[in-house]
Design a protein around this ligand. Structure first.
Ligand code: ATP
Ligand code: MG
Length: 656
């Protein structure tokens, strides 16, 4: 096991830099006049009416971007590519979970389907501004539904299809959704699982959390996916295949105000109760489109682009739907899990479709590491020319593995920091420019201003930890929390109210080369005998051990040290299974953290567990582990991907 130099850098190859969409001059251009820069970026889109002002910040912290401009997001993602002569280009290579199930959808097909669906939704009497909940697996109809809503100015609220009916109900109620779009069921590990049954439960009056049926909902539109039996309410439920195909494929999109709400999306809930984040049209689409172009170095008509995120989280919105489609991309969309029917599935898809850009979360990369390098090795992955990471700090070990075993030891990796609230990528290396450091998100994108400050809003010196703040408004910024502007001001803008900084909630530092390192949630910074230690640092030291696949670290109350470090680790498949070895391994891990970081960072407890509690977007819910470590029962688990995980951890952990 080699300790790596944290300052080791990976420069893009001269050939990559040569062909990159933007070069180093981009930063200076944006810095010279930030608003002129964004004005120019907005012109990538097709507007029905020009704007009078780039930014109106007079009602801060509520921004207006491209004031009085008018556009249609769906037109920008679909029709204009057809009008430009690219109707035959594949927009979506869709692959179902069953291995023989796939569909290719061209931009022309997409235009027809989105138009039909829009015609149907408007026949229901829905008008711009109404809300529609979408509770679907990753199907072509999911994309079509989102784009049909956008076309009509209906604000969509996508709810991840793995969430419980209670979670769906609270989101339907919060937004007073008039329509729910769903499927009869979804395939999970080769078997159909019910989905509409969950909608019936959510909208009825049998949930303990609700009082009476969901009275805002008038229609439930159901895609026939699995053919399983469903209950039916004739006055409320309609089959997609009975109402959509007969609609006209002609639909003229109306242009909406730049600030028209495009969608609501709830945060993943790793730090508390999920917040309904509001995104609008013009600024959001501008930054989605720009960042997708420059961060992924996307070449329309050439690249096959795969964002592996589910549409149930923000990455699936901005880099699954709006960013790539606004740029005329050919997108890979895969319905199932990476191990259906076996661990080769993603690599088979990459090989078969010639995927050239692949964007995934560190949790997936660590899962691949756990499965072993032999699996990607069995495939020709030479089509890949760029890799991306999002969702949490990527451990340097995972970064190197990703580059070596998926990226052929050659391609750039973009580690992209952003949030549901920021709407689009904010911090990331530009792939043709940056000498990237494994584990660092490197630097704010052109047109974005960030800083790392102490509690008094003073910039902290290099190598010192502080709070990550965004110092100037940005086009894709959230415009509020749905129905709770007070919470909006309070959560993001009260901490540095005087300076008007957006408080991201994450800890960070700049190193002496000016590279930015995100250190995890401020809530996750531990205080051990007066020393501030970040959870991600200790986790990376643990994941650096050959036997460890994943690690989660929390600070638990401790009588002597204030807080003590408690770690939970998952072993790699190659690690010795024999539990007699576990105590020795735990001792080794403790010693490792002690030498790699400091004796103060040595975990008090290390528990070997079969799984970690994660949200659907793959983030570890440290707050639940902290509850466990401090002997409390867990809090809100509504966004956990598998609700039984905490029980398994309690039952099966081997502790040392
Ligand atoms: P909640 O706000 O409800 O607790 P959440 O913050 O997990 O939920 P998201 O908006 O999906 O919901 O996550 C954003 C957070 O993810 C960031 O604040 C940051 O902590 C983390 N994150 C995302 N990308 C990166 C990255 N590349 N490097 C480090 N951290 C990242
Ligand atoms: Mg958050």
């Amino acid at each position: 096991m080699t300790a790596h130099d944290p300052n080791e850098t990976f420069a893009p190859s001269p050939a990559f830099a040569e062909q990159a969409n933007v070069g180093p001059g981009e930063y200076e251009r944006a810095a010279a006049d930030r608003l002129a820069f964004w004005d120019e970026q907005a012109r990538r889109l097709d507007w029905a009416a020009d704007w009078n002002e780039v930014l109106d910040w007079s009602d801060a912290p509520v921004a207006k971007w491209f004031v009085d401009g008018r556009l249609n997001a769906s037109y920008n993602c679909v029709d204009r590519h057809v009008e430009a002569g690219n109707g035959d280009r594949v927009a979506i290579h869709w692959v179902g979970e069953p291995t023989d199930d796939s569909r290719d959808i061209t931009y022309s097909d997409l235009k027809d389907e989105v138009s039909r669906t829009a015609n149907y939704l408007s026949s229901l009497g829905l008008v711009a501004g109404d809300r529609v909940a979408i509770y679907m697996p990753l199907l072509p109809e999911t994309y079509i539904a989102m784009l049909a809503c956008a076309r009509l100015g209906l604000t969509h609220s996508v709810v991840f299809a793995g969430f419980s009916s209670a979670a769906l109900r609270s989101r339907v109620d919060d937004a007073s959704a008039k329509v729910v779009i769903t499927a009869d069921g979804q395939f999970r590990r080769g078997k159909p699982a019910p989905l509409k049954a969950g909608v019936d439960e959510a909208l009825g009056d049998s949930l303990p959390s609700v009082d009476g049926p969901a009275d805002s909902v008038q229609k439930v539109l159901v895609v026939r996916r699995t053919g399983i039996d469903v209950d039916w309410q004739d006055d409320r439920d309609v089959w997609w295949d009975e109402v959509i195909p007969g609609q006209s494929a002609e639909h003229t999109p109306e242009a909406f105000d730049s600030e028209h709400p495009l969608f609501l999306l709830y945060t993943s809930g790793t730090t508390g109760k999920p917040k309904g984040i509001v995104h609008t049209t013009g600024g959001y689409l501008t930054q989605a489109s720009y960042t997708h172009d420059v961060v992924f170095d996307h070449k329309p008509g050439k690249d096959v682009y795969w964002c592996t995120a589910d549409v149930g989280w923000v990455t699936g919105h901005t880099y699954g739907v709006y960013g790539p489609l606004s740029n005329g991309a050919t997108c890979m969309v895969y319905e199932g899990t990476p191990n259906s029917p076996n661990e080769h599935r993603h690599f088979e898809i990459i090989e078969k479709y010639g995927v050239s850009i692949y964007y995934a979360a560190p949790t997936l990369i660590r899962t691949f590491m756990k499965w072993g390098r032999e699996i990607p090795k069995a495939h020709d992955l030479s089509s890949i020319r760029l890799l991306g990471s999002v969702g949490e700090p990527i451990n340097p070990e995972a970064w190197r593995w990703y580059r070596e075993h998926i990226g052929g030891d050659a391609v750039p990796i973009v580690d992209t920091w952003w949030q549901t609230e920021t709407g689009a990528i904010m911090i990331s290396p530009l792939p043709g420019v940056a000498e990237a450091k494994p584990g660092s998100a490197m630097r704010a994108l052109p047109g974005i201003n960030v800083s790392v400050v102490n509690g008094d809003a003073q910039e902290v010196p290099a190598e010192e930890q502080g709070f990550l703040v965004i110092t100037e408004p940005w086009p894709a910024m959230l415009r509020g929390i749905w129905g709770d502007m007070e919470r909006y001001r309070d959560t993001y803008w009260s901490r540095f109210a005087e300076e008007g900084y957006y408080f991201a909630g994450d800890g960070a530092k700049f190193d002496s080369d000016g590279a930015l390192w995100v250190l995890g949630r401020v809530d996750d910074v531990m205080n051990i005998s007066g020393h501030r230690i970040s959870t991600s640092e200790v986790e990376s030291a643990l994941v650096g051990h050959d036997s460890v696949a994943e690690a989660a670290v929390v600070g638990a109350n401790d009588e002597t040290t204030g807080q003590a470090i408690v770690a939970f680790v998952i072993l790699r498949e190659s690690a010795p299974e024999d539990t007699d070895h576990h105590q020795a391994l735990i001792d080794e891990l403790r010693a490792r953290v002690s030498t790699e970081i400091s004796p103060i960072a040595k975990p008090r407890d290390i528990t070997i567990v079969p799984e970690l509690p994660k949200t659907r977007s793959g983030k570890i819910m440290r707050r639940l582990l902290k509850d466990l470590a401090e002997g409390r029962d867990g809090g809100d688990t509504s966004t956990l991907s598998d609700p039984t995980i905490m029980e398994q951890i309690r039952a099966k952990g081997t502790r040392g």
